[in-house]
Design a protein around this ligand. Structure first.
Ligand SMILES: [Zn+2]
Length: 423
């Protein structure tokens, strides 16, 4: 065990305290509460350790308002000579609590080596582990090259537009400023996440004509038209997607192909409000809408994904009487994939071998995370997700993170800093 590793292990209590303190700030998103509080907590700690801290509000980002301002923290400490900058980026927001908890979701309870709470694994445990790793590194090595940055950013759980996307637009992830990015999302301490699939979201509406329900032939049923759309998806789109495999090491394996979810369907009159129990009126629906969530691979493009759906709909339009539709794209996210021989990947991989005595597993995420903004806006390809915690616990009741896992990953992060900043 290296001197730095022992130093990190000796910070066990500090790591527990910090993780608990972070969990106890309920940074719920939506709507985005206590963002400034958690940034100030970290600012207070890191400025005492020589970091230059900036509190940055994402003015004008989706969701930003005076009631719910989107605050971010970027802390930087420069070394004694020029070199690369290593940036640890964690999102500080957490998702809603939900039902089924047996622990206080904002209590940060420690029980048998696990710390419980909303955000414990996703990803306040990873944030705390990176802070401890960096602080131990600075104590061990007063003389280092380059710079270390730690950021705590808003809104990852709702797309990251008030967080990393905003910072990237302001130049915080420009390649001349930052060379290596590690995002301590909960991927297990022996796995390196190289990237994620892309996403394309759209609403499709079929049109009809309203008429009396007893004489449907006098109108045109938009729900039946949508039925034809869904049938075309079943017959043609789903089999085509299932046949498309990827070189991305996506886990779980079911996501190692293109997928599509139909998030919602609605046709005809609105459902009754809870305080109204009357009977529905008899009408032929003149509109039916679905929302689709199409996840795609590095081997595909967002335009190709969109054109495939449009071609199917246009084909229906040509073949089916009175069929008409509207398609509204809601959002798109590019897939991101860092090369296995990128410096941050080989460095962390070696640190996992040295520190944990196992070969790393390379994975990619089925859903996206903030890497997309660092890649697309920041133009920085040398980025991975690496951090403690079990991905399957994210967003679940009684979410927890293991203290030993946090320490293990902190040792890997510390050793990676030694490789990158002590040339
Ligand atoms: Zn997360």
């Amino acid at each position: 065990m290296t001197k730095l590793s022992s130093r990190i292990d000796a910070k066990r209590d500090d790591l527990i305290d910090l993780t608990q303190a972070l969990i106890r700030v309920p940074t719920l998103n939506p709507p985005g509460t206590h963002y400034r509080d958690i940034c100030e907590l970290l600012e207070c700690r890191l400025s005492a350790r020589g970091f230059a801290c900036e509190l940055i509000r994402a003015h004008g980002a989706p969701g930003d308002s005076d009631t719910y301002p989107r605050w971010n923290l970027v802390a930087r400490r420069d070394g004694t000579r020029p070199g690369d900058c290593v940036h640890f980026n964690s999102h500080h927001d957490v998702v809603e609590v939900g039902q089924g908890w047996t622990r206080d979701p904002f209590g940060g309870e420690l029980d048998e080596g696990r710390i419980y709470g909303r955000g414990a694994c996703d990803m306040k445990g990873g944030l705390a582990a990176s802070v401890i790793a960096v602080e131990a590194f600075l104590e061990q090595h007063s003389d280092f090259a380059g710079a270390i940055e730690i950021s705590a950013t808003a809104d990852e759980e709702s797309g990251g537009y008030g967080g990393v996307a905003y910072l990237a637009q302001q130049g915080y992830f420009a390649p001349e400023r930052v060379q290596h990015v590690i995002i301590p999302e909960p991927l297990d301490k022996d796995r390196i996440c190289l990237g994620h699939r892309g996403g394309w979201w759209a609403e499709i509406e079929t049109k009809g004509e309203i008429a009396h329900g007893s004489m449907p032939f006098l109108g045109d049923c938009a729900v039946r038209h949508m039925g034809a759309v869904l049938q075309a998806f079943e017959d043609r789109l789903f089999p085509a997607m299932a046949a498309r495999h990827t070189d991305m090491p996506v886990v779980p394996e079911g996501a190692r192909q293109s997928t599509m979810n139909i998030n919602a369907i609605h046709g005809g009159q609105p459902e009754n409000p809870p305080d109204f129990d009357g009977l529905p009126a008899h009408c032929v629906p003149d509109s039916c809408r679905i929302v689709i969530d199409r996840r795609f691979l590095v081997e595909e493009t967002a335009d190709g994904v969109r054109d495939e759906v449009i071609a199917l709909l246009d084909d229906l339009k040509a073949r089916r009487a009175n069929f008409d539709y509207e398609l509204r794209e809601l959002n798109r996210v590019i897939p991101s994939m860092t090369d296995r021989d990128a410096p941050v990947v080989t460095t962390v991989a070696q640190a996992i071998r040295d520190e944990l005595g196992v070969d790393p597993t390379y994975v990619a995420s089925p859903g996206s995370y903030d890497q997309k903004h660092i890649d697309r806006i920041g133009k920085l390809k040398n980025c991975i997700a690496y951090g403690p915690g079990v991905l399957e616990l994210a967003h679940k009741p009684d979410e927890w993170v293991g203290v030993d896992d946090m320490l293990g990953s902190a040792r890997v992060m510390g050793r990676s800093l030694e490789t990158l900043l002590l040339p």
